[in-house]
Design a protein around this ligand. Structure first.
Ligand code: MSP
Length: 495
């Protein structure tokens, strides 16, 4: 079955940080895993470029909104490439193809009777591009709980979407699949927001000029969140030059918990209103925190992913964020923590295993994989199960169990002692031991390929099975004897 996965599209009002890299890495891990299962995959990421917040940032930078977006969007795109992410398209909401389709979508909603005109007045946070009820704000001073800045009073004639009419349909959707939104706590949160009753939503703005014009009232722009959410569908329609929506829609969305309501409530309702299928599944992850606060540009506590990649490479970054922080929950990340995992788990546990296994085969068996059978227990079924549950940290936990088992196995078997013995039984045991180690390295490379693709490819080359990343090779005992082994330079060199 085709598989399509998305990240949120990132705001271009500030530079990318590790929090943005996080969702991109997670989506790439899923995309790569589904590809290794032989599925057709569409992986989408991109930038969210309209709205007052971006227009304001452009003004501060002394640029037109478009110039500003071009610059910052390019930085996000560059980060995606440096992360070694395999997205099939990078959407920008300023793509003319996207803008035209957003307008068509609004016309469709209007023709279906889901829109009406009314006056709107309320407290608005430009940072969130969202109206707030006074009770949700910090007092005194009506302070946005996320941005810690005062919200503004906004009053205008707007076009409204009858979101309230979708309460029943949304609940049906949630009833049909108790895993529609994951993890469970987020399902419950979204569901209770729906049960609490939904208000209609203003989908146009008179006060915002940097946006997609409302087709029948072009002095207003379409609410940036409607424009943004639609990217998930429009990209499939034009991103690759042909319309692949019929094949790939509905998609699985990954998102941070701050945008749960817009994705888990508004988005499926918009789609159903326009006669489209709602998303396949939504996975809501937590925050990377730093100093106990969400990492964010406005709080000034960010780790620069480009610096990490320049120092250590993309694989360590990819590994660290998914290993350190339980996927789905919040967790703190630090440069020290990253270096500890790098030294302890990547260089020591994994890197040493690879260099020992290959060095011993070169030394004791002339660099050829001996005949043997693998003595370790395969874990591919357990890892698949974690992937199916989109439990990325869980998948890594299971995989690391095999890394540790293989290291214990070397210590117990002491191949260097066996190698000194001329007894046929010891030499046969050495064959089995070396085969087991090389095969474990190979299987680990397949299992880890979605997480640390470049290192995994080097591991496969080292054990003479280059390029064999298909999931059907994730089990054990599949390494052909006679393959050529070489000892690679350290996979994770120590600084
Ligand atoms: N533009 C909107 C999304 C529109 S999607 C139709 C937006 N952009 S954002 O740049 O502020 O954040 C996008 C996503 O980046 C978050 O949902 C989350 O996936 C990721 N993260 C940004 N900061 C993060 C952390 N500190 N921790 C974890 N993820 C973070 O919201």
């Amino acid at each position: 079955m085709p598989f399509s996965v998305t990240t949120p599209i990132y705001y271009v009002n500030s530079d990318p940080h590790l929090g943005h890299a996080y969702t991109t890495v997670a989506a790439d891990v899923l995309a790569r895993h589904h590809r290794q299962r032989g599925e057709e995959v569409f992986f989408l990421t991109g930038t969210d470029e309209h709205g007052a917040k971006v227009a304001r940032a452009a003004e501060e930078a002394g640029l037109t909104p478009k110039e500003f977006c071009d610059q910052v969007s390019a930085r996000f795109r560059d980060l995606v490439a440096k992360l070694n992410a395999t997205n099939d398209y990078f959407i920008r909401t300023t793509d003319p193809e996207h803008e035209a389709r957003v307008q068509d979508f609004l016309v469709r909603l209007r023709e279906a009777g889901h829109l009406y005109e009314d006056t709107y007045a309320g407290l608005y946070c430009t940072g969130c591009e969202q109206f707030y009820a006074e009770s949700d704000l910090e007092q005194p001073g009506n302070i946005c709980p996320l941005h810690k800045t005062p919200v503004e009073w906004l009053e205008e004639e707007n076009t409204f979407f009858r979101l309230s009419a979708f309460t029943g349909k949304l609940l049906e959707l949630y009833d049909r699949d108790p895993e529609y939104v994951a993890p469970r706590t987020r399902y419950n949160e979204a569901r209770s927001q729906i049960e609490a009753g939904l208000n209609d939503l203003s989908v146009s703005r008179a006060s915002v000029s940097w946006g997609v014009p409302l087709p029948w009232k072009p002095d207003q722009t379409i609410y940036v969140w409607v424009d943004a959410l639609l990217n998930y569908h429009t990209a499939l329609e034009y991103g690759t030059g042909e319309d692949v929506a019929a094949k790939f829609w509905p998609s699985t969305h990954l998102l941070g918990k701050d945008i749960l309501r817009l994705h888990c409530v508004l988005w499926p309702a918009l789609l159903m209103a326009a006669g489209y299928e709602p998303p396949r599944k939504l996975f809501v992850h937590g925050y990377l925190t730093s100093g106990d606060q969400k990492m964010s540009k406005s709080l000034g506590n960010v780790i620069d992913p480009l610096q990490v990649i320049a120092d250590l490479g993309a694989d360590p970054l990819r590994f660290y964020v998914l290993r350190e922080v339980q996927w789905g929950q919040d967790g703190s990340v630090t440069r020290d923590g990253l270096e500890r995992r790098y030294a302890g788990e990547l260089a020591n546990d994994l890197g040493n295993l690879v260099s020992r296994a290959t060095a011993m085969i070169v030394r004791y068996r002339g660099g050829l994989v001996p005949e043997g059978r693998c003595e370790l227990e395969p874990i591919d079924a357990a890892v698949s199960e974690r992937f199916d549950a989109i439990d990325l940290t869980g998948a890594l936990d299971v995989i690391w169990g095999l890394v540790r088992a293989a290291n214990r196995y070397v210590e117990e078997r002491q191949p260097w002692v066996l190698a000194r013995s001329q007894a046929a039984a010891d030499q046969a045991l050495l064959d089995t031991t070396l085969y087991t180690l090389a095969d474990a390295v190979r299987s680990l490379a397949v299992l880890l390929h979605p997480f640390i693709p470049a290192s995994a490819e080097r591991m496969l080359e080292a054990v003479g099975d280059p390029g064999a990343v298909a999931w059907e090779r994730a089990g054990l005992g599949l390494l052909p004897a006679g393959g050529e082994v070489s000892q690679p330079p350290p996979l994770f060199p120590r600084a």
